[in-house]
Structure formats: structure tokens, C-alpha cells
Ligand binder design. Structure first.
Ligand SMILES: [Zn+2]
Length: 368
């Protein structure tokens, strides 16, 4: 399996250590869950990519008590948008209780009047057919250029009518803007091995080497202007809104924009890096922003992937993340070359981050 961005979720390497060290003062009804609760608690992975007609990831979701949000994205390494749409529609139709999907649109033809009509008509059709969100990807800001060769940023006036249309449709906009902050750092300053390895292999995407491209700060500022300009549009900042490197900075974003939530997809090791430095601070962040965080992984089922391997890897990532967020157990995280103790969050917080926040954000008809 491959993720569509660097920094995949914590790879496993789960230590045999199953210490049951207490997580904090919580007791009784709000005491942390245990590993044994993983199978029985309702959960929602708000960021996956089902890119194959094979339903192995969905089968694993059913087995592990997960619902999925599969996000279509205009990414050249993924199947075509049309094909992604067919796959996600088919799986949603086959199992509407467990599978949801987010629509997206192509930037090809951006700026033409015909483009806007086509995009909005496509989104009307997609929401009518069950899409629960719309995704915009980092190609806006990092790839797409205007006629003068300047990067098209998220706050480009040509995108405002699309944002307004998404708002009117009553679904949130999932915005993946930018990259992990590591992307703008030299290799030896990056916080995780997987980013270091990815950018060493893909220098074309390593923004530290491309100062002519928009900086992380420039991309974040454009995104923030966009969110501010659409205060009643619900925005989900994918990948911790690309502010994964510092929970204080992310807290500032969430304070500033009450219409925003963020997903945790493919950034758990960045959270773990911070909690290894100051566990109480990161734990407090999750408790304070318990209504604004959506569990997600970026797990991707690539075309032709071996079903047994998809299931095993999916289950392993979900279990590792549960061990970290829900329990106070310690596990080895390979990309950090470190042991990481879990946050042992109160179960009321886990129930929100893992389920009810997604039900609210994506307007799902579920009894809570
Ligand atoms: Zn993704």
C-alpha cells in the first residue's frame, strides 16, 4: 500500500510490552479503553483511499468495527477521477453502513466559465449520489499555475464560487494544502525517518531544494485567508491542516477558525514525536480540542494489491494508532526509532475523535 503523501501513520513494530501503566487521574466511566476494547468500540477512519474494486479494506473495516470515508483525489499516481468515482460509488452502494466517500473535481480548464459550470454540476450530481464531502488537494498551491506561470493558490478568486457551492450543498470541504513542515527542512533536520527517506528519493518534491516555490508559510497564509473568507463553510484540514509539527500552532488555527476541524491522517508519528518530548502537553491538546479532531490514516488500497496484505496492514495501523491514542501502553515506532507511550485519552474523548465528530461533520444518520 502507498499513501498519497509522506509521513504515513505509525508503522507497527508493536512491542511485546503490554504494560498497563495508568494514564492519569481518569477513573470509572471515563477511564481509558484497553486494547481489548478495540474490536467493540465504534470507530470511523475519516481519511482512506479505496482505489480498487476489491473490497479488502472495507472487509477489514467491518471486522474491526470501522466506518470509512474514502476520499477521491486528483492525484496522478491514483486511478483516474472517473475510475475512483466508480469504485467508491460501488462500495458505498454495497455497504452504506460502513463506506462513505468524498467527491473532488479537476482543475483542468480552471478559469473558464465552462469549468465552473462543469465543476458545480459535477458536485451537485456527486452529493445527490451520496458524497458526504468535497476534497481539494495540494495541487492547488503546489502544482497548478495560471497563464503567467504563477501558482494558483486556494484563495484565488476563481475558486470562491466553488467554495460557495460546496457550502450551499451542506457538505464540508476537505482541504489538503501544503506538505509536512519537514518538506521545507534539510534532510538532517527532519523529525521522522519516513519523510527523510521519501524526500531523499523524491528531490523534485523536497521544497527545501526549491526556494522558488511557495513556502510553507505562504501556503498556510493562503489557506487561512480562504477559510476566513468562507466563515460558514465547514472545512476539514486534512493531515492536521499541515500544522502537524506543533500542537500549539495547530491550536492557534483551531481557535481562529471555529468552522474548521482537522483529520489526523498520516501524521501520527509527528504527534508521537511531540508527545515523546512532552506527553502531558499533547494529551492536553487532544482533550482541549476533542470536538475538532477526526481520526484518519490515509490508508490506501492500491489497484491490484494483495487482499490478505491489505487486510493485515490496515489492521496493524489501526491497532497501533489505538494503542497510542486510547491506551497508555508503550510501543516501538520505527520511523522515530523510539519507544512511544500512548496518550491513554479518556474514553469520552476517544468516542468523539474516533466516531461522533465524524458523524456530526459528515451529517451521517447515526444514533449516538
Ligand atoms: Zn490522502
Amino acid at each position: 500500500m502507498a499513501a498519497c503523501t509522506p509521513t504515513p501513520s505509525a508503522e507497527t513494530g508493536v512491542a511485546a510490552d503490554t504494560s498497563t501503566e495508568a494514564a492519569g487521574p481518569a477513573t470509572g466511566d471515563d477511564a481509558p479503553y484497553a486494547m481489548a476494547d478495540f474490536a467493540t468500540v465504534r470507530k470511523f477512519d475519516a481519511h482512506v483511499h479505496a482505489n480498487d474494486a476489491d473490497t479488502s479494506m472495507l472487509q477489514q473495516a467491518r471486522a474491526d468495527n470501522f466506518e470509512l470515508l474514502s476520499i477521491n483525489v486528483d492525484y496522478p499516481d491514483f486511478p483516474s477521477l472517473q475510475h475512483q468515482r466508480e469504485i467508491t460509488l460501488a462500495q458505498a452502494k454495497a455497504d452504506p453502513a460502513h463506506f462513505h466517500w468524498a467527491a473532488t473535481f479537476s482543475m483542468s480548464g480552471f478559469g473558464d466559465k465552462a469549468w465552473l459550470q462543469q465543476v458545480n454540476a459535477g458536485l451537485d450530481r456527486d452529493v445527490a449520489e451520496g458524497a458526504v464531502a468535497v476534497k481539494v488537494w495540494k495541487n492547488i498551491g503546489m502544482v497548478e499555475k495560471d497563464a503567467q506561470g504563477k501558482a494558483i493558490m486556494l484563495d484565488n478568486p476563481g475558486l470562491a464560487p466553488v467554495a460557495e457551492h460546496v457550502r450551499a450543498l451542506g457538505v464540508p470541504l476537505i482541504a489538503h494544502q501544503g506538505e509536512p513542515y519537514n518538506c521545507w527542512l534539510p534532510l538532517d533536520k527532519m523529525t521522522t525517518n519516513n519523510d527523510r527517506e521519501y524526500f531523499a528519493k523524491h528531490p523534485q518534491y523536497h521544497m527545501y531544494l526549491h526556494p522558488e516555490q511557495p513556502s510553507h508559510a505562504t501556503l498556510m497564509a493562503a489557506r487561512d485567508r480562504f477559510v476566513a473568507a468562507h466563515p460558514t463553510l465547514r472545512v476539514v484540514g486534512a493531515h492536521m491542516a499541515s500544522l502537524e509539527y506543533d500542537v500549539d500552532v495547530l491550536a492557534g488555527f483551531l481557535d481562529r477558525f471555529p468552522n474548521a476541524t482537522v483529520d489526523l491522517a498520516a501524521r501520527m508519528s509527528q504527534v508521537q514525536y511531540q508527545s515523546n518530548a512532552d506527553r502531558a502537553k499533547v494529551r492536553d491538546f487532544f482533550i482541549r480540542y476533542q470536538d475538532r479532531l477526526l481520526y484518519g490514516t490515509d490508508l490506501t488500497q492500491s489497484p491490484g494489491a494483495e487482499p490478505a496484505q491489505v487486510k493485515a496492514e490496515t489492521h496493524a495501523v489501526w491497532q497501533s494508532d489505538w494503542r497510542y491514542l486510547a491506551t497508555a501502553e508503550t510501543q516501538h515506532v520505527d520511523v522515530l526509532e523510539a519507544d512511544v507511550q500512548g496518550l491513554g485519552l479518556p474514553r469520552s474523548v476517544i468516542d468523539k475523535v474516533y466516531y461522533s465528530n465524524a458523524v456530526r461533520e459528515f451529517n451521517l444518520q447515526r444514533a449516538l
